[in-house]
Design a protein around this ligand. Structure first.
Ligand code: ADP
Ligand code: MG
Length: 148
C-alpha cells in the first residue's frame, strides 16, 4: 500500500490536483472519496472530470446512484452511494460493469459499500484543519493493490 499526502490552500489547487489525476488515469481505475460535507469532494471530482476532457458540468449525483459521463478520454462513472438502502440496489444497476470496466470510477461514501469495493483501488480522503486556515485541505491518497 502506497500513501501520498497533498496539501492545498484553495479550491483551485484542489481542482488542479484532481485534473492531474484525471489526465493520468487509466481504464478501470477506481477511486473512493471520503470527507465531510463542504470539504471539497465535488471540487476535486470536477478536476478529475476536467482532466478526462469532460466539459459538461459535474455535480453530486444526488438522485441517482451513478452519473455517467461519456464525452471524455475515458468514460467517467461518478457514484454517490449515500442513499443506498442495501447492496441489492448496486446489483440492480449492474455495478460490476462499472467497477471492472474501462472507465474511471469515483465512488463517494464508499464506506457504505465496503464489502463490494474492488481490492485494487485508490482511497482518497479530504480533511480540513482549522489550525491551518479556512481554505487548507489535506488530501490523502492511498493506493491499494489488494495484497495488503
Ligand atoms: P463537498 O462536495 O465535499 O460537500 P464541495 O466541493 O461542494 O464540498 O465544496 C467545497 C467548498 O470549500 C467550496 O465552497 C470551495 O470553494 C471551498 N474550499 C475552500 N478551500 C478549498 C480547498 N483547498 N479545496 C477545495 N475546496 C475548498
Ligand atoms: Mg459534493
Amino acid at each position: 500500500m502506497n500513501t501520498t499526502v497533498y496539501e492545498t490552500n484553495s479550491p483551485e489547487e484542489t481542482r488542479a490536483l484532481g485534473k492531474k489525476i484525471g489526465a493520468l488515469a487509466g481504464p478501470g481505475d477506481v477511486y473512493t472519496l471520503v470527507g465531510d460535507l463542504g470539504v471539497g469532494k465535488t471540487v476535486f471530482t470536477q478536476g478529475i472530470a476536467e482532466g478526462l476532457g469532460i466539459t459538461e458540468p459535474v455535480s453530486s449525483p444526488t438522485f441517482t446512484i451513478v452519473q455517467i459521463y461519456e464525452e471524455g478520454r475515458l468514460p467517467f462513472y461518478h457514484f454517490d452511494v449515500y442513499r443506498i438502502g442495501d447492496l441489492e440496489e448496486m446489483e440492480e444497476i449492474g455495478y460490476e460493469d462499472y467497477f471492472y470496466g474501462q472507465g474511471l470510477c469515483m465512488i463517494e461514501w464508499a464506506n457504505l459499500i465496503e464489502e463490494i469495493l474492488p481490492e485494487k483501488r485508490y482511497d482518497v480522503t479530504i480533511e480540513k484543519n482549522p489550525e491551518k486556515g479556512f481554505d487548507y485541505r489535506k488530501i490523502i491518497i492511498k493506493g491499494r493493490d489488494g495484497k495488503a
